[in-house]
Design a protein around this ligand. Structure first.
Ligand SMILES: [Zn+2]
Length: 283
């Protein structure tokens, strides 16, 4: 009986996505397949199970704690963020098959997935599924952890898709950000890019043909706004966007006169060589 309840929640309030590092939906009850190796660790905010012998649970928990602290410091200027009363579960899978059994369709090319169970603004569950790359690195952890932390900062409310992904992508590695920039350049050449008004009003992920443009432009626009002020203003912008819509949020937080003015300013500063890397945002 538990599985259908979780799936129903996921369809309306997922932190997962379908980018290079994420997925579309999450099947929370599926566990890893039987494997010889397992290590466990419990830290202040994380409960880690690793089935990959290259990744000790203790090391993953330490990295996750450090990255969590960094994210609160960067986005909220919080030196000592409050501990989560409900730890975030992290599962490091031993194989692609085990990972896919847990995260479901959409995870075929990804290495990380996050899931949140939000009920009436209260977080009742947090989970991140990870798969190490060929070199044993958990490259998706910063991105997925950002989704989880940002949801907590917004008190369980969901930021607009482009902004939720944009903030998470600022935590990606330079190599991955470069791939998004390349995808964006290709999408622009093919005439598949979004106007700012279109991007800001998206309520769901776009058609597959426009996914590369969606991620590339979401990262570029998020970076553009983040550079205009303090990082904490971006979270303020997200909150106001949820409460009053993007037009009012742009005026109140960034002194930009609505979406048409954003379009003009953004395009005047955007080229195919966009560099939206914000080193300080990366744990
Ligand atoms: Zn994502």
């Amino acid at each position: 009986m538990w599985l259908p309840i979780i799936l129903a929640i996921c369809t309306v309030s997922p932190a997962g996505c379908s980018c290079r590092g994420c997925r579309a939906q999450h099947v929370a009850s599926a566990g890893p397949t039987r494997t010889a190796f397992r290590s466990d660790a419990l830290s202040d905010n994380f409960r880690v199970r690793s089935y990959d012998a290259r990744c000790s649970a203790d090391a993953v928990a330490k990295a996750a704690e450090a990255q969590r602290s960094h994210l609160y410091w960067h986005w909220q200027d919080a030196d000592r963020p409050a501990e989560w009363t409900l730890p975030c579960e992290i599962v490091v899978h031993a194989s692609r098959g085990s990972y896919l059994a847990a995260v479901g369709r959409g995870g075929e090319r990804s290495f990380g997935s996050s899931w949140l169970d939000i009920r009436q603004g209260k977080c009742c569950g947090r989970r991140i599924d990870l798969l190490a790359d060929s070199q044993g690195r958990l490259t998706a952890l910063p991105h997925e952890l950002t989704h989880v932390v940002v949801s907590d900062m917004l008190k369980g409310r969901t930021a607009p898709r482009w902004l939720d992904e944009g903030i998470a992508m600022l935590a990606d590695s330079p190599e991955k950000q470069a791939l998004h920039a390349k995808d964006l350049a290709a999408a622009r050449s093919a005439g598949l890019s979004f106007r700012a008004s279109e991007l800001l009003s998206l309520e769901a992920y776009p058609a597959p043909s426009r996914i590369p443009a969606f991620y590339g432009q979401s990262a570029a626009l998020t970076s553009f706004l983040a550079r205009r002020g303090k990082p904490s203003q971006l979270l303020e912008f997200a909150e106001l966007t949820i409460e009053r819509g993007p037009d009012q949020a742009l005026r109140a937080v960034y002194d930009i006169d609505g979406i048409p003015a954003l379009e003009r300013e953004w395009l005047s500063q955007t080229t195919q060589q966009d560099s939206y890397l914000l080193a300080r945002a990366r744990p």
